[in-house]
Structure formats: structure tokens, C-alpha cells
Unconditional design. Structure first.
Length: 559
């Protein structure tokens, strides 16, 4: 343990051991704060082990684990309260950075000088170069300057996000009670049917077929504010908008989707849409995918999958199957090396569907490379760089040339959520996985791709979640207990060839949740009906049922 004295009453260190408690007790420390999650690294002493030794010295122990990149104003207020429990205080994490960051932000809450705090931390060897920029939003929330912005209105129900979940939720609420006064906030002019992007990449859809003006989809009676949310102030039941105003709310539903982090892979942004680099995760790039597939006669085609969580975990391999099927039909597959590079350790997370998928992997002679993460793309040189780690933890860099590269970008919660009081340590909206109600703020619900329930992030999941949130919000309005629970349903129609789909439907812990009896359609096998559902029925259901609040086959378990 290396102790760094930040002030006369506060110090930080790297990871402690129980024996280190004796040293700190001799120095007069009265409170210990752990800012590192248990189990973050192998062999890490647990909070309980250190607490046992601290109790022998009469030292108070506090457990407040955080991740540096997602520290938010709620974390800081909690930490500031712990500082009052008995000085001197010592805090620790892996290196001390998280602890000194929390302390510095707590000082700013008390109107400390930012430059002086940066200098103080820097003098102790911490990299605070980007501190003010990185935590600018958190600092604004802490000093209450945002509360000086004009309050534009008070919203009985406020929905953030006009994607699939947001519009469907507004429509479902109004079908339950037409007197609801709903405000929906989203800056986007255009709404996309994202499950159709895969079929654009296979020449089955056009870009025009998957998009409509957002204004045409907002349910009548819903107030649409075309602006972006920049801050959440859940302690005051308010949000701040990019237009410089605040909105108050009685109940808040958060569903802005997730962030496709293209910039997380060096070189990728500069080469997307050219040099053979594409992705079906954007509708415009999906059209380029189809162009590449049609034009490739021989060479090497790479398909990647990043770390979870991602939007539709089956989409990375859908691109592979449909591309390979086209090459097979055109007699060129024998001259093309098809390779799948997956950060994960398995082809698909629900084992019941893997045998059918592996048969197609063998049919297309695709090479599976597990444990490989794409870390760099050199478009002009057509070179992809991967990192793979062996069972002993040794990392190796692998460079692979390509003629076509289909990239799935790393994905995370939107920036305005990641450092908000609504986020968990990973940056996702922190909800109860069954009721979808926020764990800390009772008048907030999360649904869709932005929240942390351990379900597959798919449009089909959002259909089920909408019903749960709509029911539970209505019960909350009438001061009744939560009546509807979400069992983690998600669906992934794995397009293994033109005309055949493996229809994966499952919930929490990989439990199969087929909508129709297996005797009618067995999703573990490739079926023609699954293709008709994917290509013809689901788009119609989306535009004409889901976004209109019609919940056909979308009911969830009521408690």
C-alpha cells in the first residue's frame, strides 16, 4: 500500500490488505472508504476481510464502489456524506485515482477551486489532465448552476427517447388512459426500423423502407420537444435540455437507446464506407455491405463481434450467413475465406440454438476465432488488428488482411446517461430487472437498450418491456403495487440463409420463451416461417401495431 496524503484529514492509496489497517490505525484514521468493487481482480482482498480487521481498531468502514469513467453526482454526494462520519478518512481503490477523483469533486461541491484541486492531485502523481473536461457535467450538477436555468414546464409523464420503446410506450399509455399528459423528448428528425438493417445488407430491403419522419409516428396528443437531454437531476425530478431549459416531471421513463462507439476502434471512423470496411449497424453502411457482397469474387471476408452488451447479439453473424449464402448461390464461396472474429467465447449465448448455427458455419466453411477483439483498422492497407488473450492471461496481437471487413462497433450507454445519477457502475440506467423501475429513484423507469437488465437488447425485448412499464406506471399513478413483471424476453431471428431463419426466443438465464408452440414453429431449427416473420410480418407489426400501442402477443407475466 502506498499512502498519498491529499489533505490534512484525507488520504488515499492503492489496494489495501487487512495488515494495512494496522498501519492506518496507528496514524489515527477513523474512517475507511472502499471505492473498488469486490472481485474486480483475482486475489483482491475483500471488503469483508478488511472490515473485520478495522472493527478490531474501532474504525468505521464504508463500501462505495465506483468505476472512474462513470462517476456521477449521486456518487459524489454519497462520498461527501461519508467524509463527515469521522476524520481522518482514508479511501482506496486499485490505484487511488477513483478515490481522489471523488474527493476532488466533493470539494467542488463546496465551491472549491478546480485548478487548485487539479494541481493538488497532479502533485501526488495522478493524471488529472482531462478532469475538468471529463466531469464538466457532473460539476454542473453539483454546484446547482443548472437549477438556475428556466423551468419550461412540469410534465406528468416525461419520456426521453423517441425510438421503438419511447413511441410505443407513449401509445400504450394513451390506450390505457387517454387522459395521460405525455411529453416526449428526442432531437431526431428520422425514426428507423433497425431490425431491417441486416436485410439492407443482403439486398432484401432498401434504406428508404426502414425510415420514416419522427413527426408522423408521435401519437396524437403527445407533446414532442425536439431537443436533446443533457443532464438528469432526479433529486429534483427534472431534466436539462440542450436548448437551455429544464423540464420537471412527476414520472420519468428513460429509453434513448445506446451509443455505437465507432471511435473506440482507432482508424475505423476514417475508413467506414470505403476500402472494403462496412457495418450493418448503420442503414447507409448496410447498403455498402450489399455492394461489397455483390462485388467480391475472391479473397478474405472478416466479420467481427465486440464485447457484450450490444444491440442484437445475433446481428454480427447474420451478416456473415447472408453474405456467405449469396456467395454460395453465385458459385464464388469456394474462392472466399469467411472468418468470424468474436470477443466472446461462444457462437451464441443460448446453447439450444448453437447446433443449427454450427451446421451453417460448416456449410459456409467459416472459420471461427473466439476471444479476438478488434482494436485497430487500417483501411488503405486493408489490415485489421485483433488482440487475443490465452488462458494464462497473456495478450497477443494478431494482424489480418482483408478484402471485406464487416465491423460491429463497441456499444455503451449514451454519454448523457453514463455520468448521470441514473447510471450503474457500467453506465447503464440502473433498474430492477423485473419491474424496470429505477433502484434509487421511485418515479423513474428504464426500458429499451439503455438499461441494465440482463436481457438481449432487441426490438422484441422492447415490445415486452413497454407493456410492463405502462402497466406499472399506471398502477403507481393510482398508488397501487407494481403488478407486471418482465421475465427478460428477447428474440433474435438469425437469418442463416435467404428463406430460412433460426428464431431464437429466450429470457433471463437463457430460458427458452417461445411465443408459439414448438409443434407449430421450432425456433431451434431453420424455418421458412421464421423468414416470412422476419422479412414480411415483423415490419408490419412494428409500424402498425407496436408503435400504435397495440400489444398483440406482447403481454408479460402479472404478479
Amino acid at each position: 500500500m502506498i499512502i498519498k496524503q491529499i489533505s490534512s484529514s484525507f488520504s488515499v492509496s492503492d489496494q489495501m490488505t487487512p495488515d494495512d489497517v494496522d498501519v492506518l490505525a496507528a496514524k489515527g484514521v477513523r474512517t475507511l472508504i472502499c471505492n473498488r468493487p469486490d472481485g474486480e481482480a483475482a486475489g483482491q482482498p475483500s471488503f469483508a476481510d478488511i472490515s473485520e480487521r478495522a472493527a478490531q481498531h474501532g474504525i468505521a468502514m464504508r463500501y462505495q464502489p465506483v468505476v472512474h469513467d462513470t462517476i456521477n453526482s449521486h456518487n459524489v454526494r454519497q462520498f461527501a456524506a461519508e467524509l463527515q462520519n469521522g476524520a481522518p478518512v482514508h479511501a482506496w481503490c486499485r490505484s487511488g485515482l477513483r478515490s481522489v477523483t471523488l474527493w476532488s469533486l466533493a470539494q467542488l461541491q463546496q465551491h472549491g477551486d478546480a485548478d487548485a484541486l487539479v494541481a493538488q492531485a497532479t502533485a501526488q502523481g495522478f493524471d488529472f489532465t482531462s478532469f475538468k473536461q471529463k466531469f464538466a457535467g457532473v460539476i454542473s450538477e453539483l454546484n446547482d448552476s443548472l437549477l438556475q436555468l428556466p423551468l419550461a414546464s412540469q410534465c406528468p409523464v416525461l419520456i426521453v427517447g423517441a425510438g421503438a420503446a419511447g413511441i410505443a410506450l407513449a401509445a400504450s399509455l394513451l390506450r390505457r388512459d387517454g387522459s395521460f399528459r405525455i411529453t416526449l423528448v428526442d432531437p431526431a428528425d428520422t425514426h428507423y426500423y433497425q431490425p431491417g438493417f441486416t436485410l439492407i445488407g443482403a439486398g432484401e430491403f432498401s434504406s428508404e423502407e426502414v425510415q420514416r419522419p419522427t413527426r408522423t409516428l408521435i401519437p396524437p396528443g403527445v407533446t414532442w420537444i425536439q431537443s436533446a437531454v443533457t443532464h438528469f437531476l432526479p433529486e429534483h425530478s427534472q431534466v436539462v435540455l440542450a436548448n437551455g431549459t429544464r423540464l420537471g416531471y412527476d414520472r420519468l421513463c428513460v429509453c434513448p437507446g445506446l451509443k455505437l462507439d465507432w471511435a473506440a476502434i482507432p482508424g475505423l471512423v476514417d475508413t467506414l464506407g470505403k476500402n472494403g470496411v462496412t457495418s450493418n449497424y448503420r442503414h447507409d453502411l448496410a447498403a455498402y455491405t450489399w455492394q461489397l457482397v455483390q462485388g467480391l469474387r475472391k479473397g478474405r471476408a472478416l466479420f467481427t463481434q465486440p464485447p457484450m452488451s450490444i444491440k442484437c447479439a445475433g446481428a454480427p453473424q447474420k451478416a456473415l450467413y447472408l453474405s456467405a449464402n449469396h456467395w454460395e448461390r453465385n458459385g464464388t464461396l469456394k474462392d472466399i475465406s469467411v472468418e468470424f472474429y468474436n470477443t466472446g467465447a461462444v457462437l451464441f449465448g443460448v446453447k439450444e440454438y448453437v447446433p443449427a448455427l454450427l451446421r451453417y458455419v460448416e456449410r459456409y466453411r467459416a472459420k471461427l476465432n473466439f476471444g479476438h477483439t478488434l482494436v485497430k483498422v487500417d483501411g488503405p492497407a486493408q489490415l485489421a488488428t485483433f488482440v487475443t488473450t490465452d488462458k494464462d492471461g497473456k495478450a497477443t496481437t494478431v494482424e489480418v488482411t482483408f478484402d471485406m471487413l464487416h465491423v460491429v462497433p463497441p456499444q455503451c450507454a449514451p454519454d448523457f446517461i453514463r455520468n448521470s445519477p441514473l447510471a450503474d457502475r457500467a453506465g447503464w440506467v440502473d433498474v430492477d430487472k423485473h419491474t424496470l423501475r429505477h433502484k434509487l429513484f421511485a418515479n423513474v423507469w428504464g426500458l429499451g437498450d439503455c438499461m441494465n437488465a440482463p436481457n438481449a437488447k432487441t426490438m422484441a425485448a422492447a415490445r415486452k418491456q413497454v407493456v410492463v412499464v405502462a402497466d406499472n406506471l399506471l398502477h403507481d399513478l393510482h398508488r397501487q403495487p407494481q403488478q407486471n413483471t418482465y421475465a427478460g424476453y428477447g428474440a433474435c431471428p438469425l437469418t442463416v440463409e435467404r428463406g430460412r431463419v433460426v428464431l431464437a426466443e429466450f429470457g433471463y438465464d437463457g430460458v427458452l420463451q417461445p411465443t408459439l408452440p414448438l409443434a407449430l414453429i421450432d425456433g431451434r431449427k431453420p424455418t421458412w416461417f421464421g423468414w416470412v416473420l422476419k422479412k414480411n410480418l415483423m415490419p408490419w407489426i412494428y409500424w402498425h401495431l407496436m408503435l400504435k400501442g397495440r400489444e398483440w402477443l406482447a403481454g408479460s407475466k402479472r404478479s
